[in-house]
Design a protein around this ligand. Structure first.
Ligand SMILES: O=C1O[C@H](COP(=O)(O)O)[C@@H](O)[C@H](O)[C@H]1O
Length: 247
């Protein structure tokens, strides 16, 4: 498989994991800005991803990042009306984004179901792919949560999105986790990022982490296919790490 092999960092609990990932994110974004002038970050939904954003909102070190020069994208979205509390973008705004001096032109949530494409999720996914294609440079950091079924973004085991080899964004219908209709980056898009960080805390993630890190087929364990070009980091807590081999 292409990409950097995973490195696993185990933290004491979910709270420490969120604080440590937030601190790491500040450093990664500030380093990217020092090297290239701006930084590009892909956000995830889910409880661990949103916990990292909340930890960042509470960390004075966040001021080390020039937020006006950060491009924000999303790895997946629940296809719901704008402002719906279940949208990943709504949760990210409430946890962190509303309190940051971002450049609104550089914040690119995935389309909502009451947006310009209406309920046409395929058109919405295509439009997001076009936005991505028009943007220069690689993602610096791409965050992913881990589902108990090994899903990442909205790429679920057995659904066609996980086998996509060409498109960077796909519509998802029939998601086993509600809501059923979603938009997701694909594995080729995820693998284009310099750094991919998978966040997993809680005993319900233990089997998924062990399966994905054992070299499973991404078609049946999507998280196994999530790698960065320069770095793949699994940031987990002790309970999520409990089924991993000791070494
Ligand atoms: O629905 C989603 O779930 C995954 C995992 O969420 P978690 O709450 O089990 O950690 C998340 O990564 C994804 O962005 C989200 O849309």
């Amino acid at each position: 498989m292409t990409g950097a092999p995973p490195a696993v960092l185990v933290h004491r609990d979910a709270e420490v994991l969120a604080a440590a990932a937030a601190a790491r994110l500040v450093t990664a974004l500030a380093d990217a800005q020092a090297a290239r002038g701006s930084a590009s970050l892909v956000l995830t939904g889910g409880r661990n991803g949103i916990a990292v954003l909340a930890a960042l909102a509470a960390a004075p070190a966040r001021h080390a990042v020039h937020w006006g020069r950060v491009d924000l994208w999303w790895g997946d979205e629940r296809f719901l009306p704008e402002g719906d509390p279940d949208r990943n973008a709504t949760q990210a705004r409430e946890a962190l984004l509303d309190g940051l001096p971002l450049d609104p032109a550089r914040v690119r949530p995935m389309p909502a179901s009451d947006g310009p494409h209406g309920a046409d999720v395929a058109a919405a996914a295509k439009a997001y792919a076009a936005e991505l294609a028009a943007a220069p440079g690689a993602f610096d950091v791409l965050l992913l949560g881990l589902g108990p079924d090994t899903h990442v973004a909205s790429l679920f085991p057995g659904l066609p999105g996980v086998r996509e080899e060409e498109r960077w964004v796909v519509p998802v219908t029939g998601s086993p986790k509600p809501p059923p209709t979603r938009i997701s980056l694909t594995l080729p898009a995820i693998r284009s990022a310099r750094e991919v960080w998978l966040l997993a805390a809680g005993p319900d993630k233990a089997e998924a982490a062990a399966t994905a890190l054992s070299g499973a087929d991404p078609a049946t364990a999507p998280a196994a296919g999530a790698r960065g070009t320069e770095r793949t980091l699994w940031l987990v807590d002790e309970t999520a790490a409990s089924a991993l081999p000791r070494a």
